[in-house]
Design a protein around this ligand. Sequence first.
Ligand code: FAD
Length: 402
Amino acid sequence: MQALIAGGGIAGPVAAMALQQAGIESTIFESHARADGQVGSYFTVTANGLAALDAVGVLDAATGAGFPTKRNALWNEAGRRLATLPLDSTLPGSPSAHTIKRSRLAQLLQDEAVRRGIRIEFGRRLIDATDAGHGRVTATFEDGGEAHGDLLVGADGVHSTVRRIIDPAAPSARYVGLTNFGGFTEDAGRGIEPEAWHLIFGRRAFFGYQATPAGDVVWFVNLPRSKITPEERSATTAAAWKRQLRELFVQDDGPAVELIDAGELELAADNTHDLGHVPTWRRGSMIIIGDAAHAPAPSSGQGASMAIEDAVVLAWALGDEPSIPDAFATYERLRRARVEKIVAWGARGSSHKVPGPFGRIARDVMLRLVFRYLVTEKSLAWMYDYRVGGEEADGREAMTAA
Ligand SMILES: Cc1cc2nc3c(=O)[nH]c(=O)nc-3n(C[C@H](O)[C@H](O)[C@H](O)COP(=O)(O)OP(=O)(O)OC[C@H]3O[C@@H](n4cnc5c(N)ncnc54)[C@H](O)[C@@H]3O)c2cc1C
């Protein structure tokens, strides 16, 4: 069997490696040039996502590219700690969540896939695909070329083309009302509680920062505003963005202004999207996974972990079931409820980032109560304790490392 995979970000290479374990060959078609591991922002992969990386034998490489993050510490604009949210799984022996640069993880997954003999074609944007039935899929690329395979996996992100090919009426990603900026400040980590994202609900914007084991600080700003247009983006320099960002935090307690002033902007003016219920994930021998099928808001901290879980579960189903439609149906049965619950959880987290003064008082009280009594390590176990191939996967045997 030959799989065509559109998208070489996170889900694409993991799917290709998991398919290889299941005895299925694949080629990845990635629209961009090869990833540059130095650019972009960071995300956190929690124990459930790391377990899925372990299933394809890349756990050590992935954690080695990042650093452990055991909790989120929530602060208000006056420097008062509101709550601590554990990020660890309750299962014994589970790895701690790790914060990793997205581009670094994408690059190492691509490199490992290539090392294992998987072909990745860069600079190849899929624009169309047809399914002639009986596993005869033809993908067409912007450069005029074609590729043929038994199935097509759309791992092409939140603005997926494959989603639209499968269902022309498929929903588009929704702008969540927050733009995202990411930065890095060298040698500024002294005195910062380690292994934690510190998340400040500022008066005008949301600020997150974390000290790295090397003593530097990574940070991000989520600013509620209308979508940033391509024109505004290209007309605004990094220095101008930094000036705008520091002004957002001058009235707030915390290190935001110092970190922005001394730091370097690594990601500017990224409009953040989510994608909730996509009614149709599959048609014939074509299917979508990862952000193409369901994108939780960034505040869920689960987008990458979900994409990785999807990739492994799909490959496992294809290796196990007698036909492609059976495998796709199994995949959807195992994934839909979980990912949609996580999208809903992420949407709640984005909605209260910057309230007015009265809203701030109510939010502080609410967050302290919620995180003391409702959102605990135990209550989050459904998210972090999930293991690909575990109980939810119909009682079949757990996948083991490659
Ligand atoms: C600000 C922000 C913060 C985040 N923080 C977290 C976090 O803390 N934890 C977490 O788990 N997740 C986080 N995420 C989400 C995470 O980045 C995504 O969920 C994850 O990268 C999804 O992986 P994917 O492979 O499905 O899609 P992507 O990583 O988007 O990869 C899709 C790939 O497909 C390629 N492509 C697109 N169209 C085509 C085409 N037509 N043909 C060929 N190739 C194509 C793209 O170039 C890209 O390489 C965050 C996201 C954002 C925006």
